[in-house]
Design a protein. Structure first.
Length: 235
């Protein structure tokens, strides 16, 4: 059964090209030209991924990304002419899984869509702890839940994958490449800005729930670890 992709793009010619390449790759695209139209489509139908431009009229792509993340973990690929670091950071912090900057090759676009679909279809990795508890922090990997004290922390799908990768290592150092592989896939092992953005979002959310405690330790140039004197892993 072909994967259904919602292409949200107000440039009809460009949207048609994206849809054509997705169709050639064996997927079933549907185009929405406004944020409001996209929300209606998501309400009425089921999709496997959203390709999202940010420069939309009325309800823009930033707002739409945030609205989608309120109720769904569907993969979101932002497609934008805005290539500044602050824009990429904003998109990823709002919950996008990936960010591709125009101009780009349509083959790269299709490859990123396929990578995001593979990530979404991957079952949780086994062989590590199902639950990690440490000093008020609970990471329920199987249940996809994070709790600090008595407060549940809502993470984006990518943020949760990064945190789960750290948690499985019982506080040991996890390299940049391993985290990128675990959270995004082997095609992204050199995309360090993506990882830094996810770590920044994780730190901010965990600190906001814990009274500014930093649960993530940094080994500069090497990777990150779950900062803990002791980690209680429950299998």
């Amino acid at each position: 059964m072909s994967r259904r992709i919602l292409v949200v793009e107000d440039d009809s010619e460009f949207a048609g090209l994206l849809a054509l390449w997705l169709d050639r790759a064996g997927m079933s695209p549907r185009v929405a030209s406004t944020g409001t139209e996209a929300l209606r489509a998501l309400y009425d139908d089921r999709f496997d991924l959203v390709s999202l431009d940010v420069g939309l009229p009325h309800l823009d792509g930033w707002q739409l990304c945030a609205r989608i993340r309120e109720t769904s973990s569907i993969p979101i690929l932002i497609v934008s002419a805005r290539g500044a670091e602050m824009d990429r950071v904003r998109g990823l912090q709002l919950g996008a899984d990936d960010y591709i900057t125009k101009p780009f090759s349509f083959r790269e676009f299709v490859a990123r869509v396929e990578a995001a679909l593979r990530r979404a279809a991957m079952p949780p990795a086994r062989g590590g702890p199902d639950v990690v508890r440490h000093e008020g922090l609970l990471i329920d990997i199987g249940g996809h839940r994070v709790v600090v004290g008595d407060r549940e922390v809502h993470l984006t799908p990518i943020e949760f994958r990064v945190l789960a990768s750290l948690a499985r290592k019982h506080g040991a150092l996890v390299s940049h490449g391993q985290l990128l592989n675990d959270a995004w896939g082997p095609e992204y092992r050199d995309e360090l800005p993506l990882l830094r953005t996810a770590i920044h979002g994780l730190r901010s959310k965990l600190a906001g729930a814990s009274g500014d405690r930093d649960y993530i330790g940094t080994e500069y140039g090497l990777g990150y670890r779950l900062a803990a004197a002791e980690v209680d892993a429950v299998h």
